[in-house]
Design a protein around this ligand. Structure first.
Ligand code: GLU
Length: 296
């Protein structure tokens, strides 16, 4: 089967160095496998969206030379497909309406695992829709982080597929789209490692294939916080893309050749890309140590 990978940013701010690492890691994997690399804009959550950030992210990726092999898929246009998957789960008795508030859940340790709503139905507000999670341990082998297992009911419980405000959950949309786009491998940041069991569970219920997974280390600020899309963690937004890419490559443990332009740097990077050199940690400090960068 032909390799297909993707980068799936949420338009909740501008691209930062940590997301560039994920974009580059997935791009390198796809190029080296002579496969396809696709972009998916995860614009599912209008309240969290930052105006203009979807276009800004795509513009930045272009300045970094990371071009998709097909038109960008926008999740905001995919509601009918999510509804279809939801209806299939509903028909087979896997989902239930839930009026539990955050406070109701907090009172029970923050995890809903009763398989039905324990709050009486309320006429004055819409329910969220949750998936009934059985007592099941999901296991998989991550391409970098190794053997993983999650006791789904204990750790995440009955999770939300559709929020009370009508927004589809990231997990449902991600699983439907990874299948629709024919993903063979998902390469992304390790902040999503703990989400993978939920996604595999949904794939199993929906009869969808499970791609391979590889979770890259995420970039941490000096103070130990995760890089975020807030202003202070922005990359140079592609102002000095060669240097930014060289830093992302060094973060991924790759050899960095001394190239003058983005095109040449990317070309030599995918040709030399060595998965065995990817660091096996879940997180690493940003910026990477300067000595792994080429001499000026
Ligand atoms: N949209 C998610 C994010 O920006 C990534 C989803 C994924 O790669 O599965 O964190």
């Amino acid at each position: 089967m032909n390799y297909r990978g993707r980068f799936a940013p949420s338009p909740t701010g501008l691209l930062h160095a940590g997301s560039l690492v994920a974009a580059l890691g997935s791009w390198l994997s796809a190029r080296q496998a002579r496969g396809q690399w696709l972009l998916r804009m995860e614009d599912l959550d209008p309240p969290r969206e930052v105006d203009g950030s979807a276009a800004a992210i795509l513009g930045t990726l272009q300045r970094f030379g990371l071009k998709a092999d097909a038109p960008v898929l926008y999740q905001s246009a995919r509601g009918a497909d999510y509804q279809q998957a939801f209806d299939a789960l509903h028909k087979h008795g896997h989902v239930f309406a839930c009026w539990c508030s955050r406070a109701d859940l907090a009172a029970r340790g923050g995890v809903h695992h009763d398989g039905h709503c324990i709050t009486p139905p309320q006429d004055d507000r819409e329910p969220a829709w949750r998936i009934r999670v059985p007592d099941r341990t999901i296991t998989f082998i991550d391409g970098l982080q190794g053997q993983q297992r999650q006791d789904l009911r204990k750790v995440v419980g009955d999770f939300v597929l559709r929020r009370a405000d009508g927004c589809w959950s990231y997990h449902l949309a991600c699983v439907v789209d990874d299948a629709a786009q024919g993903m063979t491998e998902v390469v992304r940041g390790s902040d999503l490692l703990a989400s993978t069991a939920r996604q595999i569970f949904l794939q199993q219920l929906l009869g969808l294939p499970t791609p391979d997974y590889l979770h890259l280390p995420i970039a941490l600020r000096e103070d130990g916080g995760k890089l975020s899309k807030s202003a202070r963690d922005l990359p140079a937004a592609g102002d000095d893309p060669v240097r930014e890419l060289a830093r992302a490559l060094a973060f991924l443990g790759q050899e960095v050749s001394d190239e003058c332009c983005v095109e040449h740097l990317l070309e030599s990077a995918w040709r030399r890309f060595d998965r065995a050199r990817l660091p096996r940690s879940k997180q690493l400090p940003w910026p990477p140590r300067e000595r792994s960068l080429p001499l000026p």
